[in-house]
Design a binder for this molecule. Structure first.
Ligand code: AHR
Length: 509
């Protein structure tokens, strides 16, 4: 099978925001307790944080980590989780039918962020609580001193303000599953008042309003328009969330799912610009894809543990080779939409639908999906170039997903899913490419117009005869390896992509 990409050095989509490589730690399952935090673990530091996990998070180079939820945040009293640990109340977490001991809260999380070389993206509770509590949290975190909340932070050990930059105005408020679910009108009003008070407290912060939990929501479209009509002048980003599944075990359909994400991003962008046009403003609201991943392997896992207990193992998807391919296509789609997707968080980071897994009391390991994320985070920096792609296509059926219980037909899906990144500082071009054809290799020509390529630095490829193969504690063998046989003919790169493979080609200029 043959495919071709043409790019031109001067035809740029936009700068890639480094913030698209964010992660997510929610108080859910073993993400916090047994994930990032496990006092008594052989690698635990003085604060009780697992160093093995910190090291892997650092490898992924995540600029932001969203916290503390997720559905959890919509019933969370942040004040429960500050101050002396022995005085903190245990609470019911209604979102996940768990017990929240509140041993980790804002101050502990800030220490973890410093250790893991990431920054917090803090979500406030607009489900059971409102603008006053959200404002108080901004004051606790970001106000220097001399007020009740800022002095309480200092008393709790943080003399200097945390300076948290990015704040989410609630989580998935369009979802009936959300604690304190709201209509678009109700949420729009509350989000506006919270936004005002939060920005009055710290004018330097940036805010993310809740968009749709996924594009199949019955309210998708109208929700965005209504929420933005209330909040446009105050918010910087609108969030979208998207999870993918292969419940019917139809891999060609599963691997096409990034096409749906691409249209979700474009439709949401159009709604943002529609509201901007109505309001007669040149301001653009950007997209924050602040939850995305494959999520379906662990469905029903919650039945194996007792309700209302702490750190119940839930949503512990074990990812296989084909999941890594899909993750590669999602990252490619984010880069191809880098003019509007300025923030993104893989959901989540540890144990709960995550690239990093741990055994409580045992080791930590890198799941298959760790690797496309790692290399895209490492080499997907710079600008994305506009591509003209010619590739054979296929017709397929998209798979049922966690919040979307029907299959959809999709036509003309290109076997090649690709993006071309130009890093001027490094003097490199990186090509990320997934061959979605399960049976045939792909002969790929990349015409790098306007570039003078010197050499192929490396071609990393990730594929496996068994698309269901997984990594496990002590066995991370499903990972990229070096490929050879590609060549440069002037500014033309000729490469071979194995069947069902993720690839990174790095070219020195
Ligand atoms: O990431 C798991 C859950 O998915 C989050 O809590 C919620 O926001 C989404 O529905």
């Amino acid at each position: 099978m043959q495919a071709k990409i043409i790019v031109n050095k001067d035809f740029v989509i936009d700068e890639i925001s480094p913030e698209v490589y964010g992660g997510f730690i929610e108080h859910i399952g073993r993400a916090v307790y047994g994930g990032i935090y496990e006092p008594g673990h052989p690698t635990a530091d003085a604060e009780g944080f697992r160093q093995d996990v910190i090291d892997m998070v650092k490898e992924l180079n995540m600029p932001y980590t969203r916290y503390p939820g997720g559905n959890f945040v919509s019933g969370f009293n942040w004040e429960d989780a500050i101050g002396p640990k022995e005085k903190r109340p245990a609470r019911l977490d209604l979102a996940w039918k768990s017990l929240e001991p509140n041993h980790v809260g804002t101050d502990e999380f800030m220490k973890w962020c410093a250790a893991a070389n990431t920054a917090p993206m803090m979500a406030v509770n607009l489900g059971t609580r409102g603008p006053a509590e959200a404002q108080a949290l901004v004051e606790y975190c970001n106000f220097p001193k001399g007020t009740y909340w800022s002095d309480l932070r200092r008393q709790n050990g943080a003399e200097n303000p945390y300076g948290i930059k990015i704040w989410c105005l609630g989580n998935e408020m369009d979802g009936p599953w959300q604690t304190g679910h709201k209509t678009a009108e109700e949420y729009g009003r509350v989000a506006r008042e919270a936004a005002k008070m939060m920005k009055w407290t710290d004018p330097g912060i940036k805010l993310v309003a809740c968009g749709s939990s996924f594009d199949g929501m019955p309210t998708f479209g109208q929700w965005e328009a209504t929420v933005l009509e209330h909040t446009y002048d105050l918010v910087d980003y609108l969030s979208i969330h998207r999870y993918f599944g292969n419940g019917e075990n139809h891999t060609p359909g599963f691997l096409a799912a990034a096409e749906r994400l691409d249209s979700f991003i474009k439709k949401t962008t159009a709604i943002c610009d529609f509201v901007g046009a109505k309001l007669k403003t040149d301001k653009k609201v950007m997209i924050s894809l602040d939850e995305w991943n494959v999520w379906y392997h662990s469905n029903g896992q919650e039945k194996n543990s007792e309700e209302w207990t702490a750190a119940r193992p839930i949503l512990e998807d074990i990812y296989n080779m084909e999941d890594a391919l899909l993750i590669g296509t999602i990252l490619i789609t984010i880069l191809n939409n880098c003019d509007r997707v300025k923030l993104a968080c893989i959901a989540q980071t540890v144990n709960v639908i995550a690239p990093i897994m741990t055994r409580t009391g045992g080791g930590a390991w890198r799941q298959t999906i760790f690797f496309p994320f790692l290399y895209t985070s490492k080499y997907g920096r710079g600008v994305t170039l506009r591509q003209v792609v010619s590739s054979p296509t296929y017709d397929t059926t998209l798979q049922k997903e966690v919040y979307h219980h029907k299959t959809d037909d999709l036509k003309n899906v290109p076997y090649l899913c690709s993006t071309v990144v130009y890093n001027r500082e490094a003097g490199e071009v990186s090509i990320f490419a997934v061959n979605r054809n399960l049976d045939e290799k792909m002969e790929l020509d990349v015409n790098l117009q306007g570039f003078v390529p010197k050499e192929i630095i490396e071609h990393l490829t990730m594929h496996h005869a068994d698309l269901k193969a997984v990594n496990s504690e002590g066995d991370e063998s499903i990972r990229p390896a070096a490929a050879s046989g590609d060549r440069l003919e002037g500014s033309l790169l000729k490469a071979t992509l194995p069947a069902a493979s993720w690839n990174l080609l790095r070219i020195k200029l």
